[in-house]
Design a protein around this ligand. Sequence first.
Ligand SMILES: C[S@@+](CC[C@H](N)C(=O)[O-])C[C@H]1O[C@@H](n2cnc3c(N)ncnc32)[C@H](O)[C@@H]1O
Length: 318
Amino acid sequence: MPASVTLRALASPTKGKASATNAREAHPFLKWVGGKGKLLPRLQSLAPKPYARYLEPFLGGGAFFFSLAPHDAVLADVNDELIGCYIAIRDDVDAVVRALRRHHYESAHYYAIRELNPATLPLDERAARTIFLNRAGFNGLFRVNRSGRFNVPFGRYTNPTICDEPNLRACSQVLRGVELKNADFECVAASASVGDFVYFDPPYVPVSQTANFTSYAAGRFTLADQARLARVFDDLVSRGVHALLSNSDTPLVRELYARHEIVSVQVTRSVNSDPAKRGPVGEVIVRGVPRRVRASRGSAAKPRHPERLPDSSVRSRA
Ligand SMILES: C[S@@+](CC[C@H](N)C(=O)[O-])C[C@H]1O[C@@H](n2cnc3c(N)ncnc32)[C@H](O)[C@@H]1O
């Protein structure tokens, strides 16, 4: 498990949403496998109102974060390139825009930039490289080989936008004062307290042997990690934290979260390498409502399996 590295701890004391203009304008500046764009209305309808801090430990493209635009937030991911990119946009969007303008959509340029070692670049150029590779690479994938080198081939597009300056500036505004961490989800969840809201969008449990979208960073997200995540989810809810989680609709996921409310959703995904398999897929959104809130709502948030409610029943799970 990677150590937690807090890159800046400056959560804004102001709670609530960013200004209406920015909240409307800002949307993910990266295309990210598993992006939640199409599920936003469902996620928003299941979010607690109100909540104190917003925490998103599997940030990716951050679609839900940008749609909520909370001032007081902690965002994290194990992908250090990704978090470095968010930090650069938050702290010096002018420099990122300047560096991004030097890129152009052309195959030879793409492969030359892909060859660069990001660790040798200043933060603004490193962020521009990440955004450029994401915009010009095949399907917006972020995939690295065993030694951690980005290995996605050039993508075929008609005139793709490499530098969406208005959106980058809107994202920078929404990120102002937000804490960004390159850390494992468990360490971020541990910092949540009563009244906070945590949204988990982990790499999904594979629905088939070939469906494997876990190479976002050099490590893999195993079934043991899925079980660890379910224990963290249970623990948060029992500590008075609101929790929401997306995952695939599989027997394992339904078993891991059986004591919480499970909402089925159908989503069209376009990440399968076989176009014939890019149809609607079953996903679930799991909602963990702290007991005190649940009691005050009456039957509105009844758990699916009330007989499995005692906290002790989940502590022993593998
Ligand atoms: C499904 S994506 C998130 C999609 C994102 N919510 C969006 O809207 O685009 C999963 C993310 O989890 C990150 N991740 C994988 N293992 C992790 C771990 N152990 N702790 C934190 N983040 C992890 C990956 O780097 C990836 O960005």
